[in-house]
Design a protein around this ligand. Structure first.
Ligand SMILES: Nc1ncnc2c1ncn2[C@@H]1O[C@H](COP(=O)(O)OP(=O)(O)OP(=O)(O)O)[C@@H](O)[C@H]1O
Ligand SMILES: [Mg+2]
Length: 281
């Protein structure tokens, strides 16, 4: 049940003066249980691509196979209920979508919507409230009394509470402090380890090299590279040409002129290993 995009193109407002190309000729396949990062500079088409995973946008040309559903330009919304149960998309700033009176009701909304009994939805909401790192006491409070970071966690718990097979996240950690960002990344990695597929849009290249096993690089609505992080980040010159940042360890290594590296260090542990080898001589 892999995810397969075949020659997908998407045009915003076709045949109007506002016509704008969002995606062009995008083809790739992702494996079940993988952690894929989508990177690319601003306006490159990352969010447009993400919205195709749960068919919030349908391709203008081409087709997508995902969670046993085929999405083509002709697919109707009626055919998508099963897809939305299995693939869920967390937008940038998902806290804007909270609306229930209590935190637990908000988290339980998704599970109820997808057929959980009242009792099971509540149980799942309790579980995910603590799993995203919030104290169970806040369950009965209004989501609007929480801090921005807490609201973000409630919104993410609300999606994870019905355990979609494929979890798509558009810059979920934007604006969080480093510790909260780390906790959130751990949450997603654990979710992957439990057998789910995770797809993450991020501008943070350290998150990509630390957590992803597959990377899609977007530019001007096109997929310009699909490879492992080790391959994508191996060539700093290529990254610069495409306005992509280097991971911190890689940037640091390039300042160390008296050291020689067998390969470009991408993570902190790569860098330590390479430095130790240099010192041992
Ligand atoms: N609703 C829309 N109507 C028209 N054009 C749009 C719309 N949404 C996005 N676009 C255009 O499509 C292109 C891709 O936008 P998209 O939001 O997918 O980029 P992105 O890679 O997510 O950028 P960012 O890193 O800033 O979030 C951009 O040129 C953008 O202006
Ligand atoms: Mg975006």
């Amino acid at each position: 049940m892999s995810i397969k995009f075949e020659k997908v193109g998407y045009t915003y407002s076709p045949d109007s003066p506002l016509e704008k190309l969002g995606l062009q000729d995008v083809s790739f396949e992702l494996q079940d249980g993988s952690f894929t990062a989508i990177v690319g500079h601003t306006g490159s088409g990352k969010s447009t691509l993400m919205q195709h995973f749960n068919a919030l946008l349908k391709p203008t040309v081409g087709q997508i196979e995902i969670a046993d559903t085929l999405i083509t330009p002709e697919t109707t919304n009626k055919q998508l209920k099963n897809l939305r149960r299995h693939v869920s998309l967390v937008f940038q700033f998902p806290e804007a979508q909270l609306f229930e009176n209590t935190v637990l009701d908000d988290i339980a909304f998704g599970p109820k919507n997808f057929g959980y009994s009242e009792e099971k939805a509540k149980e799942s909401a309790q579980f995910w409230l603590t799993r995203v790192g919030l104290p169970s006491e806040i369950g009965e409070r209004s989501p609007f009394e929480l801090s921005g970071g807490q609201m973000r966690r409630v919104a993410i718990a609300g999606v994870m509470a019905y355990e979609p097979d494929i979890l798509c996240l558009d810059e979920p950690a934007a604006g969080l402090d480093p510790r909260a960002r780390q906790q959130m990344m751990n949450l997603f990695v654990d979710y992957q380890k439990e057998g789910h597929t995770v797809i993450l849009v991020t501008h943070n290249m350290d998150d990509v090299v630390n957590y992803a096993d597959d990377v899609l690089v977007m530019e001007n609505g096109r997929l310009i590279k699909h490879d492992s992080p080790a391959e994508v980040f191996q060539n700093p010159e290529w990254l610069r040409q495409h306005y992509l940042e280097e991971p911190k360890a890689s940037l640091f290594a390039s300042q160390l002129h008296n050291f020689s590296f067998t390969k470009q260090p991408l993570t902190k542990s790569d860098l330590i290993k390479e430095l130790e080898q240099n010192i041992k001589g």
